[in-house]
Design a protein around this ligand. Structure first.
Ligand code: ATR
Length: 272
């Protein structure tokens, strides 16, 4: 089998090996997908050793996504604009960096949830790596309005200028968001990881708003509960995004795009 792996620290609880094993089953591709936990200072040598040992590509997660971009010989546009890579492909000894997090999110929203982004008003909450990676795929999906709101408004404004040549972004703090209500609100802050709610107003939502929580496996997060109470029509977590970004990686490596429905279903069933 061709060898792939996910690099991260910690990595023991990663869902990626299970997801890619599922894709191998549904496509009949002969791959092996493991985990690698390099020492914090040892990411680059660990990737090179994996490459030297016959590895064909890898996924990369916390805390190595920035280094993954830096060691690449070639940076694809989504990775370059995100300033981070979540996927590497090894070709003739060269390392190519991609980032499928944003595409995975957009694909989950449009294909799985049946929610066309074109013509919608979209709000991204946060200004960290997750939002940076989502902006370009979202702009390409042609919303009428794309807004980024962050606790520190300055960080949102930095993103606004960084992406100015790609398209128009509204930028604000959480307490001065303009243009509400939105058709889609994505919580891409890390607040849910701490059981916290970003300080957002009730009036962000209307009865057909899709409230999308990026984290998964944590049940109803404070953001999801708040969105429901505030009248959002639908709330979902990030399981579909996780599987969709993996499907993009698999397709990029193998030239075969797996059907994701059954893998999303079984992953969802295995989560708390
Ligand atoms: P990631 O790479 O997952 O996006 P990050 O780069 O650490 O994570 O960014 C975390 C984001 O969550 C930031 O936008 C942060 O806001 P600040 O820039 O103001 O720090 C946001 N965040 C974290 N905890 C939050 C909370 N309790 N309420 C609102 N925003 C929060």
């Amino acid at each position: 089998p061709d060898r792939y792996a996910v690099f991260g620290s910690p990595i023991a609880h990663s869902r990626s090996p299970g997801i890619h094993a599922g894709f191998a089953r549904v496509t009949g591709e002969n791959i092996e997908y493991g985990t690698v936990e390099p020492p914090v200072e040892g990411f680059a040598p660990a990737v090179r050793a994996f490459l030297a040992g016959g590895g064909r590509g890898c996924n990369v997660t916390t805390p190595f996504k920035l280094q993954a971009l830096a060691i690449a010989d070639e940076q694809r546009p989504y990775a370059a604009t995100a300033g981070a890579a979540n996927c590497l492909k090894f070709e003739a000894g060269r390392i190519i960096a991609e980032n499928f997090d944003g595409t995975g999110l957009v694909n989950d929203i449009q294909r799985n949830l049946g929610y066309d982004i074109a013509g919608r008003r979209v709000l991204l909450l946060g200004a960290g790596g997750a939002v940076r990676g989502a902006i370009l795929p979202f702009l390409e999906a042609r919303p009428t309005r794309l807004a980024v709101a962050n606790r520190s408004a300055d960080e949102a404004r930095l993103l606004q200028s960084a992406f100015a040549r790609h398209g128009a972004l509204d930028a604000s703090g959480l307490d001065d968001i303009e243009g509400a209500p939105f058709d889609l609100v994505v919580n891409a802050t890390s607040a849910s990881l701490f059981g916290e709610l970003p300080a957002i107003p009730v009036r962000l939502f209307h009865d057909r708003t899709l409230a999308y929580e990026l984290v998964y496996g944590r049940g109803l997060t404070p953001f999801m509960a708040f969105a429901r109470e505030s009248g959002a029509g639908r709330t979902v977590d990030g399981v579909g995004m996780l599987v969709e970004q993996a499907a993009e990686a698999f397709g990029w490596w193998r030239g075969v795009r797996p059907e994701t429905g059954s893998v999303i279903q079984s992953l969802r069933a295995s989560l708390p």
